[in-house]
Design a protein around this ligand. Structure first.
Ligand code: ZN
Length: 479
């Protein structure tokens, strides 16, 4: 018999999995005032204002996606704000918008928000979000301070698209660290590519600092060596940088890139060049055209209030209509790399790569939960380990200490997964349904800002929460 108290909602008879509290069993979960109030056997229906029967479903702390795209300083031919509903429909409850713009993200959340909690980074794009190609430290300092004031939690370097020199890259890390701002790196500099050559530079660029090395799987596509050799090397590097890096990898085969060509018809971005090289296409406009017509490449288009992939002549038309500056996707992520990066552990049993992300949102590849559940079905991860990679560790990475678990008083952020399909069937944020049977039913969202962003958040009209990166794994034991 449980303590009599009135719950706003009880999720009844699910398999509640909360590894942080050693819980895995057929239990009821009571929610009150948006918080977890109780996990117990058989909460009496009299004490519930509302009940949802989740028999045979897995009830886990909400998926926290540490690499998503909900706004963008480029790729303007699709509205990135569609990503809110797309993430919600896959079961995500909290996301880090990795390299858009905080003001644009907040505006998109007001327009097309679907109930997510979202923290935002700004992508550093020379001549767009930052004035120069080789910004001085003082410029970087001001840009990072401004991002925080506008509600962002930090910045991301887009080395596969807008690389800096190694020196400037190191200064970005240092200036962000000095301000306790988040700093993420899609690796690659003016001296290297967005592949293993770029990753090999990152320990030097990190120096004594702290860094979020984004989507480790993107550098282990077999551009430099066999994919499994690249994975082995990457995992060794992660071990050496264990106290300084946080990392994630995603499980989709499809990547996201951009087909921009210069006036001579050559592909501008290194990532797109690599996609064509991987299948022997020339790295030109003719190569892109052929790859799209062959069905190897796809273009992103808006359809029915979501972003979907199209290929063939339709994709060529989209790419041409955007004067080649169109978002494209290629199936370049080897499943073997994805598998190993998702499952590799240290001897003490903790995971080498911290989290499983989507690198999705507005890119239609929000498969983190269903692919992780496939690894559970395969026996490569236990259900508790899946929750650690999808929710608990991401909560620690970001310092969202009230998320990622079901202790009494934790945020009522919950993802319910149907183990028969591997897909999320329902999710809640602060005790309110934001997704039901695969449909987004939430609106707006909660903007996660730093103390410096409080005024921007207040004037946005959005609900917001102030987060403190001193609690994050990125800045654990920092000075
Ligand atoms: Zn990304």
């Amino acid at each position: 018999m449980v303590t009599p108290q009135q719950f706003d909602l009880v999720l009844k008879n699910g398999r509640v999995v909360d590894p942080a509290n050693n819980i895995d069993g057929q239990l009821d979960l009571g929610i009150k005032h948006g918080k977890i109030a109780m996990v117990a056997e058989n909460i009496a229906p009299d004490f519930a204002d509302d009940i949802i029967d989740v028999t045979d479903q897995v009830v886990m702390p909400g998926h926290i996606d540490t690499h998503a795209h909900l706004s963008s300083p480029f790729h303007r031919n699709v509205d990135r704000a569609y990503g809110h509903a797309m993430l919600v429909e896959s079961g995500t409850t909290t996301a880090l918008d990795l390299a858009g713009d905080p003001t644009a993200m907040a505006e998109g959340m007001l327009r097309r928000g679907a109930g997510l909690n979202v923290a935002s980074l700004m992508g550093l794009v020379p001549h767009s979000t930052i004035t120069e190609d080789d910004p001085k430290s003082s410029v970087l300092r001001d840009v990072i301070a401004d991002v925080k004031k506008r509600g962002g939690i930090g910045v991301k370097m887009l080395g596969g698209y807008h690389p800096f020199t190694p020196e400037v890259s190191a200064n970005v890390v240092k200036e962000a660290n000095d301000q306790l701002a988040w700093v993420a790196f899609h690796v690659g500099t003016k001296d290297s590519g967005s592949d293993m050559t770029g990753l090999r530079e990152v320990p030097g660029i990190t120096g004594n600092g702290r860094l979020h090395v984004a989507h480790i799987n993107s550098y282990t596509r077999g551009m430099v060596d066999e994919p499994h050799e690249e994975v082995r090397e990457a995992l060794g590097m992660i071990e050496r940088m264990r106290l300084q890096w946080v990392t994630e990898a995603y499980l989709a085969q499809a990547n996201g890139t951009n087909g921009l060509c210069d006036e001579a018809g050559n592909l501008v971005y290194n990532v797109a060049q690599n996609c064509l090289k991987a299948r022997g296409y020339p790295t030109t406009d003719e190569g892109i055209r052929a790859a799209l017509l062959d069905g190897y490449g796809s273009a992103l288009v808006e359809r029915g209030g979501r972003v979907v992939l199209v290929t063939g002549q339709e994709a060529v038309d989209v790419w041409e209509a955007a004067s080649t500056d169109a978002s494209l996707s290629f199936p370049v992520n080897p499943p073997t790399s994805a598998f190993t990066l998702a499952t590799a552990k240290y001897d003490d049993g903790t995971f080498r790569v911290d989290a499983i992300s989507t690198d999705g949102g507005s890119l239609p590849r929000n498969v983190a939960i269903e692919r992780t559940m496939a690894l559970v079905a395969f026996g490569a991860l236990s259900m508790g380990e899946a929750v650690i990679k999808l929710s608990y560790t991401p909560s620690r990475m970001l310092g969202l200490l009230n998320k990622g678990h079901f202790a009494e008083g934790a945020d009522g952020d919950i993802t319910v997964v149907n183990p028969a399909t591997g897909r999320a069937s329902m999710s809640l944020v602060a005790g309110e349904l934001i997704m039901f049977k695969g449909r987004a039913v939430g609106r707006g969202g909660t903007w996660l800002v730093l103390e410096e962003g409080r005024a921007a958040a207040e004037s946005s009209g959005l609900p917001f929460e102030v987060m403190n990166l001193e609690n994050s794994r990125l800045y654990e034991n920092w000075k």
